[in-house]
Design a binder for this molecule. Structure first.
Ligand code: NAD
Length: 508
């Protein structure tokens, strides 16, 4: 067993006693005492026990969040005070970065070299939304009837359910939790059953930062825990990141009580190299697009479209670089390729290798499990993959690049948009006019030109089509956690001015 760093956290840092739920500011076991195991995908070992929340636990968490919302213990604070506490939370995240980083690595095997900037971004996201808390504003609007003053207010929605996946649990929680809190909502978090403990640690820091009891709750458990949360009638909004199939099920269930939804779902994003691309830089960008995070990234550049003139040279370079990646302990700063996050994900990716063999795809490198402790597969490159191959159409969520060739710009656009997803796209060219044409023609929520997989809190992130509904991050994300209230004030003008000839002011 690897040595774990001493956690600075009190409640959730003590793994021996198991990881509890957080409901109404108190740490508690599931009512029926059920637990499930935390598993390290590098050591292939269980290492901890986590409370498995049932419907009664979920109900208690939602009621706690609802009560906290109704009595305004959080939304009733000045926005500047909410901001102050969120800034305190950001400082605590920085101060506890090592514990949080290690905890997430034990859960999903993400590399320490990726987690360090990732966690700094979590604190940065928190500061960004703290800064926005005081900017929330409605508008004074020209009245459409005489004798009235009209304006809008932005108000928090109530209880937000934040449901997160296992690939980037803290980063994707940050995109939901901080804007929801900044706008004055209360939150019930349901982290992935693969990665629950890092979220519990973050919640502990939220309590320490002065976020009131009940304003942040965490229920851990599998899909049925999430479904109990989504179906709860007191949940006003569901903010979800995960697979498209689950997102569709959540949207359907949320519709039953008209809960609002923001969905960040899957992708099959194209990374496109034109004839004039700087190939060395492009290879770096393609590597970052598909091999970073072991390909377990919603924005993975999993379809690489390459102009025929570069095709052989590019494929050779990508396969060579991929085959040289250093697989190993995610805690080692020199490691370049971590394990897949779970045995289930390993089986899924190995299944695609079988499909590739059955389809007769040309494999330039990889296509197999690495003979190594942990759920490792080799970085994999398939060349000249037909567009109707399952590997070209389906999200694999592993380090698997499918490379296809094109001859013309029109072909590149058609191939890039030949997907029902639309999360992201990359373009590699030195031709500014070509880049601008492509930016307009690609159906994707984010387009990178001569870079790939760069994100930050000031720009919105989200997808077209099967990749989701709504956007997270960017200043507008705050409004996605508010309702708009329209206000009509009758200014009490003398009655002959206030009414029309029929005394009717409604018009409806
Ligand atoms: P998943 O959909 O299986 O699970 C995501 C979360 O939803 C987990 O917490 C899970 O327990 C919960 N859940 C599952 N079924 C549920 C239900 N019926 N009701 C409520 N909750 C339910 O996804 P995953 O396997 O954890 O994550 C991988 C997926 O996430 C990939 O498809 C990837 O593309 C996607 N993803 C998208 C983005 C993005 O921003 N667009 C980012 C990261 C990951």
């Amino acid at each position: 067993m690897r040595r774990q760093p001493a956690s600075t956290l009190r409640t959730t840092g003590n793994q021996a006693s198991g990881f509890p739920l957080l409901i109404d500011g108190r740490w508690c076991e599931a009512r029926d005492g059920a637990r499930f195991s935390a598993h390290d995908p590098y050591l292939e070992q269980d290492w901890g026990e986590i409370a498995d929340a049932g419907p009664a636990d979920v109900d208690a968490a939602v009621v706690s969040a609802y009560d906290a919302f109704v009595d305004q213990r959080w939304s009733g604070l000045l926005a500047s005070e909410r901001a102050r506490r969120l800034l305190h939370l950001a400082d605590l995240i920085d101060r506890n970065a090592t514990s949080l980083i290690h905890q997430q690595i034990f859960e999903n095997g993400k590399l320490i070299s990726e987690m360090q900037p990732g966690l700094a971004a979590v604190a940065g996201d928190c500061r960004f939304f703290a800064g926005l808390a005081e900017t929330l504003q409605g508008a004074t609007v020209a009245p459409s009837r005489p004798g009235f003053t009209t304006f809008t207010l932005r108000e928090p929605m109530g209880v937000v359910a934040a449901i997160t996946p296992w690939n980037t649990p803290l980063g994707l929680l940050a995109w939901k939790l901080f804007p929801a809190l900044a706008a004055g909502n209360t939150v019930v978090i349901k982290p992935s059953e693969v990665t629950p403990t890092s979220t519990l640690m973050l919640a502990e820091l939220a309590l320490e930062a002065g976020i009131p009891d009940g304003a942040v709750n965490v229920v851990t458990g599998p899909a049925r825990t999430g479904a109990a949360l989504v179906g709860h009638p007191l949940v006003a909004k569901v903010a979800f990141t995960g697979s498209t199939a689950t997102g569709q099920a959540i949207a359907a269930q949320a519709a039953g009580h008209t809960a609002r939804v923001t969905l960040e779902l899957g992708g099959k994003s194209p990374n496109i190299l034109f004839a004039d691309a700087d190939v060395d830089r492009a290879v770096n960008g393609v590597m970052a697009g598909i091999f970073a995070a072991t390909g377990q990234s919603c924005m993975a550049g999993s379809r690489v479209l390459v102009h025929t003139s570069l095709f052989d040279r590019f494929c050779e370079a990508l396969a060579e670089r991929g085959s040289r990646m250093i697989a190993g302990d995610p805690l080692d700063a020199a490691t370049q390729l971590g394990p897949l996050a779970s045995r289930a994900q390993l089986q899924k990716v190995l299944g695609y290798f079988d499909i590739a063999r059955a389809e007769g795809l040309q494999c330039l490198t990889g296509g197999l499990r690495l003979p190594h402790q942990g759920y490792f597969v080799a970085p994999t490159v398939y060349a000249d993959v037909p567009q109707d191959s399952r590997l070209a159409r389906e999200e694999i969520f592993g380090p698997v690049a499918v490379v296809m060739r094109f001859d013309t710009e029109t072909q590149a656009v058609a191939m890039a948009n030949n997907t029902r997803y639309g999360l992201a796209a990359g373009i590699w060219t030195e031709d500014l006019r070509l880049a601008h044409r492509m930016i307009h023609r690609l159906r994707a929520g984010t387009v990178w030109v001569n870079n790939y997989r760069i994100i930050g809190h000031t720009l919105p992130f989200g997808g077209y089509g099967l990749s989701g509904i709504g956007r997270e991050m960017g200043a507008a994300a705050l409004e996605a956690y508010t309702e708009t209230k329209s206000v009509w004030i009758d200014m009490g003008n003398p009655v002959e001015f206030a009414t029309g000839p029929m005394g009717d002011r409604h018009g409806l």
